[in-house]
Write a protein that binds this ligand. Structure first.
Ligand SMILES: Nc1ncnc2c1ncn2[C@@H]1O[C@H](COP(=O)(O)OP(=O)(O)O)[C@@H](O)[C@H]1O
Ligand SMILES: [Mg+2]
Length: 215
């Protein structure tokens, strides 16, 4: 059986990743494709424990290097236990964040205090020669994204605010980081996440058709 495709959605807080993954999964399922939606951190039971460590509590409770190692521990378990098995069963996997988020947050966000080479080596050592087939980067003005995200967290009484609370400079750095990352391989597609949910969904479907379904 042919393996499925691996799609990742990336972007800052409130860009619309979770919203768009749900819509894309529904679209693909309606076409008869089996889809697994997942997220990082926290795509597995152990990952959920790591997610709690990473996304709640004091924003400076560990340094960017320790943080990157925890993200990669989560990622390795996620790839081994969930992503690869599903792809091998012919299912498509859509992940809410993947390795590009670590590069954007821990390298660009923290203004390059973590070495880029270290992150690239970690990828090779823990994930290996395996990459998403398509990475959608939802690009948005951080002020707009954060306002959406804060509103949602208030409504849901969310506790995952270790990153939302950082200064705007951090969020601008990581936005620019994602745009830099997008230039490094053909698998990236940058989309304007400032448009309506419906219009962005249409652009995502168009991209998935062009890059994966009709290729
Ligand atoms: N294009 C959009 N325009 C306006 N609001 C949006 C849009 N996309 C998502 N939202 C809303 O913004 C909030 C954050 O969206 P979400 O999908 O959770 O973003 P992310 O997962 O990227 O943090 C949610 O309340 C969602 O309903
Ligand atoms: Mg989300």
């Amino acid at each position: 059986m042919a393996t499925g495709y691996f799609i990742t959605l990336e972007g800052g807080e409130g860009a619309g990743k979770t919203t768009q993954i749900k819509l894309l999964a529904e679209y693909l399922q309606a076409k008869g494709i089996e889809v697994v939606t997942t997220k990082e951190p926290g795509g597995t039971p152990i990952g959920l424990e790591l997610r709690k460590m990473l996304c709640t509590g004091d924003k400076d409770k560990f340094d960017p290097v320790a943080e990157a190692l925890l993200y990669y521990a989560d990622r390795r378990i996620h790839v081994q236990q969930k992503i690869l098995p599903a792809l091998q069963e012919g299912k498509w996997v859509i992940s809410d964040r993947f390795a590009d988020s670590t590069m954007a947050y821990q390298y660009y966000g923290y203004n390059k205090r973590v070495s880029k080479e270290m992150l690239e080596q970690l990828y090779k050592m823990t994930v290996g020669d395996f990459y998403p087939d398509l990475t959608l980067i939802l690009d948005i003005d951080p002020k707009v994204g954060l306002a959406r995200s804060i509103k949602r967290n208030n409504e849901e009484k969310g506790q995952e605010i270790r990153f939302e609370g950082r200064e705007i400079e951090f969020h601008n750095n990581l936005r620019n980081g994602f745009l830099e990352i997008a230039k490094t391989a053909p698998r990236y597609k940058v989309l304007n996440a400032g448009q309506t949910i419906e219009d962005l969904h249409k652009e995502i479907v168009k991209t998935v058709k062009e890059r994966l379904i009709n290729r």
